[in-house]
Design a protein around this ligand. Sequence first.
Ligand SMILES: *Cc1c(COP(=O)(O)O)cnc(C)c1O
Ligand code: SF4
Length: 470
Amino acid sequence: MKKPTFSAALPSKDREYPRYQAYSLHNFRKIPQLKRLSEEQIFDIEVVGNVFPFKTNNYVVDELINWDEVPHDPIFVLTFPQKEMLQPHHYREMAKILRSGADPEKINRAANRIRAQLNPHPAGQMEHNVPELEGRKLTGIQHKYRETVLFFPNQGQTCHAYCTFCFRWPQFVGIDEWKFAMKETDLLVEYLRRHPEASDVLFTGGDPLIMSPRLLAGYLEALLEADLPNLQNIRLGTKALGYWPYKFFADPGAEELLALFEKVARSGKHLAIMAHFSHYRELSTPAVRKAIRKIKQTGAEIRTQSPVLRHINADAQTWAKMWKEQVRLGCIPYYMFVVRDTGAQHYFGVPLVEAWHIFRKAYQMVSGISRTARGPSMSCGPGKVQVLGVSEVNEEKVMVLRMLQGRNPAWVNRPFFAQYDPEAIWLDDLQPAFGKERFFFEEEFPLPRARKFRHGAASLKSAEAAKTLS
Ligand SMILES: *Cc1c(COP(=O)(O)O)cnc(C)c1O
Ligand code: SF4
């Protein structure tokens, strides 16, 4: 790989590390490396970037992307909008509007029309799982699985760069108006106090580590001071190690951040950094390695996760290399996800059977201590469903599945069977095996089976959403 240049964003030569510089639709043409792209390629970015969120930064551009491999470079695909992410007719619609020089309002209306057809709210995210406290809806909390409470701090609703596959894309383009977000720490503490079954709180977003260390300290210290006996694990879900590792040792407040980690770890709670890494390239720079070292020195643990993504990491070698590298650096592989049924799933999606082959082959290539990863796993309505594999029972070819997490805790770890379907990409594409009509959990939680979304047609729900958006 090329040596980092820091050319784009370093205003002065007296700074050892680059200063964060975000690039999005309004300024990405200033990225020096873009000279390597044709006008047509740049226009494609603009077309797709008007529908899906687009943000990258100088670390991603200067240190992660190998511009010799663009447009096929995995990190380029990970952060720059790709033409094929839109269905051809949506692409044509948006391209035509941009070429006509339409005003921003008209562009936005067209964008919302297209977005509404891309299943912006999969798995009932918005309706289910929002708990209440004395009749008040806690919109910043999701409590779906008994042990783990998700918390969406108000100031953590963006990221250092955006992944092109991200299922949170509706909140980044403003459809959701940060509906999840919440700032009241007191309510979180009170909620955890009243739910002694919850042992974990997982800060998520966006990226909670986009917050200033001082703000984050406000949340974490409140949790420590509350002295909740049930709270064992505090997790921070973040892509900062992948997209802006300078956060941990060079940015203003880096020392404060590490001191905060140390304080949590010393308090007797387990602090887990849940790091998203989608490719081993993200583990290769001096900056990320230094950040990992610094975090580990505080006593915090780093666990890693990513979806399996076409055009980025959809092969076993990439996963095996990534897991090995993570373990060597002291991180613990945790989940391999399957991309969910939203946005550009047709572009990034990998069928369940193929994802299982990738998982299995990668698993075979690494030693036992790298086999802490579980997957491939779908986060769907009833729970996190893992594809255990393909097998044959009484001459019927079946897929064996189990829940790693369940809306009903009694569902967890109970194997179940679906008809073999090499094209299925999501749980509701699957049919129960052995002539059964429903999966065992469907008495409580029926699946919406008439879904047409993966062929690009709008679902009923999305059509309704389209009405309210346009
Ligand atoms: C994945 C997930 C969690 C965390 O589950 P663990 O198995 O504890 O890692 C919690 N809530 C939701 C909604 C999730 O999707
Ligand atoms: S870092 Fe996570 S939340 Fe942010 S864009 Fe990527 S996948 Fe989405």
